[in-house]
Design a protein around this ligand. Sequence first.
Ligand code: ADP
Ligand code: MG
Ligand code: MG
Length: 302
Amino acid sequence: MATLELKNLHAEVVEADEKILDGVDLQVNSGEIHALMGPNGSGKSTTAKVIAGHPAYEVTEGEVILTLDDEEYGEEIPEDKLSWNLLDLEPNERAALGVFLGFQYPAEIEGVTMVNFLRQALNAKLDEREELFEDEDEEEAEADEEDAGYDTSPMEGPADEGEVDVAEFQQILSEKMELLDMDEKFAQRYLNAGFSGGEKKQNEVLQAAILEPSIAVLDEIDSGLDIDRLQDVSNGINALRDEQGTGILQITHYQRILDYVEPDHVHVMLDGEIAMSGGAELAEKLEDKGYDWVREEVYEAA
Ligand code: ADP
Ligand code: MG
Ligand code: MG
């Protein structure tokens, strides 16, 4: 089981010196669905961006620890590489270790199909993983070889070792699209070919299915979806958990999606902290009583 742990996380906006996260504690395990709810401006998106390593935010206190399963993709992970402080890592390294942080939509790339984009994303992840897990002795040996003038990386031709070639990727893509009940034509479309809002959200789920993260952070994936598309996207999220064991941190302002993606745990964020946590019933209570009720409960108790 992999776990993502936020411990006493404090963060502020770099430019404005404005404190936003004020001691967030949260643990998401693979295979679990957590809903992170709260009013606008409470710090939900900032939490996602800090996990991702967004440069606009500075962490002033606390930790983000990712602990990996000791065996992933049938590959055994050395004991000294099981636990990572994500705050020490670049965004692409965090992603390579299995934390999925939403779809960076490269709207401006001309002439690239979804299928090629997704294959590149998978290969970039696999390459980065290989580097992160490479043991230091091997690294040194390779560096020595490079110094001695040997080029160990092929310039062109077939995919690098460990990379997924076009035919292999086609296979993976078909499986994932079947898992998500998506039309295969989707992947043949060009990135800049005007996906609707709902289609972009489905692409986000497809990307997560292909990258097989341990933990996926999905920020407002339900916003602006009509009911049919909400159901498709929800089925996809459930499949990520049920079929791939992905842990989901589902950030949402509204209770609606939780009718389709039933959370194991619900957390309410207020003023940059988790003010209250509970089970699925907490989301229903919020539907009735609103976030002001949480504020009253918390301040009364204090
Ligand atoms: P939520 O996603 O819960 O609606 P956010 O995390 O987006 O809330 O924002 C929390 C607070 O931090 C808001 O008051 C917002 O205006 C402020 N904030 C977030 N990012 C920035 C930023 N880059 N610059 C200035 N203020 C920001
Ligand atoms: Mg937000
Ligand atoms: Mg506070």
